[in-house]
Design a protein around this ligand. Structure first.
Ligand code: CNA
Length: 260
């Protein structure tokens, strides 16, 4: 049976050989930055309180925006203050250094940490928290995260548009909503042409993203999964590593000769 360090060596070799790498990331890459994920067994937001899941649906938000922002008051400052992890920085370096072939990061995350780490080609499948907009279809007003947090901290629950009085919402995709225009198609184009899909910190249960390993493998790509919990694709992956991402990123950077 191969040990973790053998597996990391073998992942490093696969990365070196690959010329078209795509990374698919999820909330697990940001937990060490202090942002909880949804599905980790103890610290995940759903594990702590499954009833909160409803607030992140289109119907739940529309029916109870006050509840959404009451919860937001607890978690939004954590998103605002978070700094990229070593694993975010590793992906940014794989893109910047010409000897490695990382073409794109497809992320389910809404925290903007890939961009803060310096990644350039990032496809956000579920939008981003850094901006918000008025929910009235006829009002074009947009808002920054700082403004939304300030209103929420001042007790404006939910925050309302100063122009028309409708509720302000973050520019994220709630469960039940369409993905942002073109994001899925752009991501699929990269997946069809990559030779390695590197999944980092995703439970791979939220569709249509959960189909992405299937698309990449169907076009001949190899698959590596680094995630603490098992996923539905582990048995078909070229390597599946169940260790904390920053630990794996540090060892990969050392093995690949990158300064940590
Ligand atoms: P998820 O379903 O919560 O799964 C996260 C996975 O990461 C779990 O399987 C964990 O085992 C694993 N994990 C957690 N910490 C680590 C670690 N340190 N090292 C390795 N693995 C770890 O999250 P997904 O991204 O798969 O699900 C998609 C949802 C989560 C999207 O809709 C996101 O918008 C949403 N989300 C995003 C954020 C964020 O932007 N940081 C935070 C919380 C939820």
């Amino acid at each position: 049976m191969s040990t973790d360090s053998n597996r990391i060596e073998s992942v490093a070799s696969i990365i070196k050989e690959s010329r078209g790498i795509v990374s698919l990331t999820g909330a697990g890459i940001s937990t060490s930055a202090g942002i909880p994920d949804f599905r980790s067994p103890e610290e995940g937001l759903w594990a702590k309180d499954p009833s909160k899941m409803m607030l992140f649906t289109d119907v739940g938000f529309a029916g109870n925006p006050k509840g959404f922002y009451e919860f937001g008051r607890e978690i939004l400052p954590g998103f605002q203050n978070a700094r990229p992890t070593l694993a975010h920085r590793f992906l940014s370096r794989l893109e910047q250094e010409d000897s490695f072939g990382l073409k794109c990061v497809i992320t389910q995350n809404i925290d903007g940490l890939h961009q803060k780490a310096g990644s350039k080609n990032v496809i956000e499948m579920h939008g981003g928290l850094s901006t918000g907009r008025c929910t009235s279809r006829t009002c074009p007003k947009e808002f920054g995260l700082e403004d939304i947090i300030r209103r929420v901290e001042e007790g404006e629950l939910p925050p309302l548009c100063p122009e028309c009085g409708a509720v302000i919402r973050p520019d994220i995709v709630l469960f039940g909503e369409e993905l942002p225009g073109g994001a899925y198609q752009r991501a699929v184009e990269y997946l069809k042409h990559c030779d390695l899909l590197l999944v980092m910190g995703s439970s791979l249960v939220v569709y249509p993203v959960a189909d992405m390993p299937e698309v990449a493998m169907g076009h001949g790509a190899r698959l590596i999964i680094i995630n603490l919990q098992p996923t539905q694709y582990d048995s078909r992956a070229d390597a599946a590593i169940r260790l904390p991402l920053d630990e794996v990123a540090e060892k990969l950077m050392e093995t690949l000769g990158m300064a940590v």
